[in-house]
Write a protein that binds this ligand. Structure first.
Ligand code: SF4
Length: 376
């Protein structure tokens, strides 16, 4: 992973930072989302890993104008920061797979609060094989800003095993068309799919990077109740990835995308009551705060890379991080400290908060003697 870090070393002090991440973190204003869930609406069939009803707790429903109006009534009063742009988001289904009159009705309903000035724009997620010059022309009359495509994998065998119903070339074509039409492009990918490997997932990430999306989301494969994958899991035909392997792989994906200037806006499914209720997830690497686990692992690797530059220093390295990232550096149950001590066979290692440090940077004082030279 060291290739993903920027490391400078002077007189025993080492500054390590994540390549591509500005010192203060990514600052683009995230929109305030008004979600309109359309669980599996418009889907031509069920992909093996999918059960949107289990994820959202919402049963399949008719895609009609009233859903937009209800979502606005529920969520708009919750907006706290006036400067944050509001976006209506159609999630959980295959938006452009809906019958054309339904697409039109939903977009028309979403355009009303935009005309009033309450909402800034619209986004939706859809399957790559719904993107055509015809469907893009259909939405072209509405203030759609962002189109998210469910890529999941760019390996044809994996797409076949998960019954996606199209190949990788179709995804590449769709992504290019979305960008060429001037929309912001979001791509969603999965780890641990049937038939996939970590190397294959990293190849998918390379393919996604070549498409230069504006952002990505990364979802580990879970075995959800009543999904086709649940049957395969019960019969021993599918084994989900472990949590450890998933954290490591998602960390690498995060670093790859970040170094390429592509924002990772989500890692892991959003924790909610439906997902957390007993029996929803039958197996798989679920953590309600997977992103935090990944950040913590990245801090481990940053510290590891920094200490490795001067492994025979004081024998008692001191790591400094911004106070905001102290817990990420230490890790759950001090896991990162324990691991670093074992890795470098050292007795003493301390972590200190330093408000003068840039977030997402860390500094290791591991000099063999007291040194004055600082790296800021
Ligand atoms: S993964 Fe997407 S396209 Fe496949 S069944 Fe679920 S919502 Fe539909």
């Amino acid at each position: 992973m060291i290739e993903s870090f920027l490391i400078r070393h002077v007189d025993g002090r080492t500054l390590a930072a994540i390549d591509g991440l500005p010192p203060g973190g990514q600052k683009t204003a995230t929109p305030f989302i008004i979600p309109v869930f359309l669980p599996m609406s418009g889907c031509p069939h069920r992909c093996t890993f999918c059960n949107q009803t289990a994820i959202t707790g919402i049963r399949s429903r008719t895609p009609e104008r009233s859903l937009v109006e209800e979502a606005l009534k529920t969520f708009l009063p919750l907006k706290r920061h006036p400067s944050r742009p509001v976006q209506i988001a159609f999630y959980g289904g295959n938006f452009l797979g809906l019958p054309a009159p339904a697409v039109h009705e939903l977009l028309e309903a979403a355009a009303v609060p935009i005309t009033r000035g309450d909402v800034a724009s619209i986004r939706f997620s859809t399957r790559p094989d719904t993107i055509s010059s015809h469907t893009l022309a259909t939405v072209g009359d509405f203030p759609v800003e962002t189109i998210e495509l469910g890529v999941q994998s760019l390996n044809d065998r994996v797409l076949e095993l998960t019954r996606r119903g199209h190949d990788a070339a179709r995804t590449v074509q769709a992504a290019r068309m979305v960008k060429a039409a001037g929309y912001r492009l979001g791509l969603q990918m999965m780890t641990g799919l049937p038939g996939d490997t970590p190397a294959g997932t990293l190849q998918t990430a390379e393919g996604i990077m070549a498409l230069a999306p504006d952002f990505v989301r990364i979802y580990p494969t879970l075995v959800l109740k009543n999904s086709p994958l649940a049957g395969q899991f019960r019969h021993g035909a599918f084994t989900p990835a472990t949590m450890e392997a998933t954290i490591e792989l998602v960390s690498r994906l995060f670093l790859k995308f970040t170094a390429a200037g592509i924002r990772v806006i989500r890692m892991g499914l959003q924790a909610d009551d439906a997902l957390s209720s007993a029996g929803t997830i039958l197996a798989g690497p679920y953590h309600p705060a997977l992103g935090e686990q990944v950040y913590s692992r990245i801090f481990y690797h940053l510290a590891e890379a920094a200490i490795a530059l001067h492994p025979n220093g004081t024998g008692a390295p001191v790591i400094e991080v911004h106070p905001r990232h102290l817990s990420r550096m230490i890790g759950t149950g001090r896991a990162n400290i324990t691991r670093l001590k074992a890795r470098f066979q050292i007795e003493t290692l301390s972590v200190q908060a330093n408000p003068a440090m840039a977030p997402h940077h860390l500094e290791v004082d591991n000099a063999p003697s007291p040194i004055a030279s600082r790296l800021r």
